[in-house]
Design a protein around this ligand. Structure first.
Ligand SMILES: Cc1cc2nc3c(=O)[nH]c(=O)nc-3n(C[C@H](O)[C@H](O)[C@H](O)COP(=O)(O)OP(=O)(O)OC[C@H]3O[C@@H](n4cnc5c(N)ncnc54)[C@H](O)[C@@H]3O)c2cc1C
Length: 413
């Protein structure tokens, strides 16, 4: 691990100075740090470390291309999705024009942090405590508890001086709690999964290049459940906004149903997933949130890796202007630009989740809609490329009327 030293870094009033301190080294924080150092700013990347982020690890081609994710980080390449309804109607959706990449978060996150470090960021293992301000100098002090290595049990207080702080410390962000008004995440699901040794035999219950998405109140009353292959292992998980729901019980039943209960369990873990971007990402003067801390995860799917990285990239772009022009007004831009790009999709996905995920009757109809080739094309291309697919007006109307037919039960289920 780097010591707090570099030629770019100043030393003011006995504190090391960095243009920006990024708190949290997940996809959002590492991407922010990487983009900032590439633009010539001095950056401290502070991460708690020691815990693998619970995650299904699915990333679309857009993420792989835009953020130059190397092939060796992909532990599986998915070419089919299987959507399963409450009555076990199974819809296979081939993934055309590419594949969905699967990453193991321990290797993926560490690779992202290392890339930022290689490009010039200074890394520190430590847990953020609080910020104090020197109003006369317009500089802030970031206080944290540091450790020399992940395995080191000894910790010590440290503090650095900076102009800007990025809160990339996840859904339970301490930076958000302390620095941004009204930052409690209003819409959340809790997600739990188990990482399991893959079965030796391929069967209808498990294919190493197929992601299964299961809609049934038996395994989730208000979200969905999944089986995502990861090479030698797989993630089997579920989500729900209802804290009292028996997540472990649901996964135990799902494993039994998929005849996967004899496979060895490697890890059991869970975490909240925010499903609505916060109204404010910044405090107007020196702090901005990115990734889960800012609530940027897609409703309906819970997809957050790409959006975390994108929010980090947009924040870095704004911070470079803030530092160079000594003007914090640019802190407003990332949220605005993010919503310009993805606000419409988040809105539609939010409506979709609150309508179709309400009960098994509606879920059954929702899966039926997924049988439609036009719907498959539209949804998957939008996921893969992160653009709303431009289709002819006539075709869009056709899909719209088909959806209405399913909605009102006119179409056959
Ligand atoms: C079970 C589950 C399955 C999921 N599956 C998928 C999926 O398949 N595909 C997908 O795209 N998304 C998925 N997501 C969502 C995705 O994991 C998140 O949206 C994404 O990790 C957000 O990245 P982030 O960098 O904002 O936050 P995180 O990945 O949570 O990273 C936060 C970082 O901050 C650090 N940190 C926290 N507190 C402090 C502190 N006080 N001081 C210093 N450092 C701190 C942590 O160590 C961590 O490294 C899933 C989420 C869950 C819970």
């Amino acid at each position: 691990m780097d010591q707090v030293r570099t030629k770019k870094v100043g030393n003011r009033n006995n504190y090391k100075y960095f243009d920006v301190v990024v708190i949290g080294g997940g996809p959002a924080g590492s991407t922010t740090a990487n983009e900032l150092v590439k633009s010539g700013l001095s950056v401290l990347l502070l991460d708690k470390a020691g815990r693998i982020k619970p995650c299904g690890g699915a990333i679309p081609p857009k993420a792989i291309e835009e953020f130059e994710i190397p092939d060796e980080l992909l532990v599986a390449k998915i070419n089919k999705a299987q959507i399963v309804s409450p009555t076990k109607n199974k819809v296979d959706i081939p993934i055309e024009n590419g594949f969905v990449g699967m990453v193991d978060r321990d290797h993926f996150d560490e690779w992202l942090r290392e890339r930022a470090q290689k490009n010039g960021a200074i890394r520190k293992i430590g847990s953020f405590n609080f910020i104090s301000r020197n109003r006369s100098e317009n500089k802030i002090l970031v206080h944290y508890t540091a450790r020399n290595s992940v395995s080191d049990t000894k910790s010590f207080p440290e503090c650095v001086l900076t102009s800007y702080v990025v809160g990339a410390d996840g859904a339970n962000s301490e930076v958000a709690k302390q620095e941004i008004k009204n930052s409690s995440l209003k819409k959340l699901v809790f997600a739990y999964h188990e990482i399991i040794q893959r079965p030796e035999e391929v069967s209808d219950n498990y294919e190493p290049t197929r992601c299964d998405v299961i809609y049934s109140s038996s395994y989730s009353p208000d979200f969905y459940s999944w089986v995502f292959p990861h090479g030698d292992t797989f993630s089997i998980g579920t989500g729900s906004a209802k804290k009292e729901f028996s997540f472990k019980g649901a996964i135990s039943s799902l494993k039994e149903k998929h005849q996967l209960n004899s496979c060895k369990v490697i890890r059991r873990e869970g975490a909240p997933i925010p499903l609505k971007p916060l109204k404010r990402w910044d405090n107007g003067s020196d702090t901005i949130l990115v990734g889960d801390a800012a609530g940027v995860v897609a409703p309906s799917s819970g997809e957050g890796i790409y959006y975390a990285m994108l929010s980090g990239k947009l924040a870095a772009k704004a911070l470079v202007k803030c530092v160079l022009e000594k003007n914090p007004e640019y802190l407003r831009e990332p949220r605005k630009n993010f919503l310009k790009l993805h606000g419409k999709v988040f809105f539609i996905l939010g409506l979709l989740q609150s309508f179709w995920y309400r009960n098994d009757h509606l879920r059954e109809r929702f899966v039926k809609i997924c049988e439609d080739k036009d719907v498959q094309y539209l949804t998957f291309e939008s996921y893969m490329r992160k653009e709303i697919v431009k289709r002819k007006r006539k075709e869009k109307l056709k899909i719209f009327f088909k959806d209405l037919a399913h909605l009102f039960g006119v179409a056959k289920v």
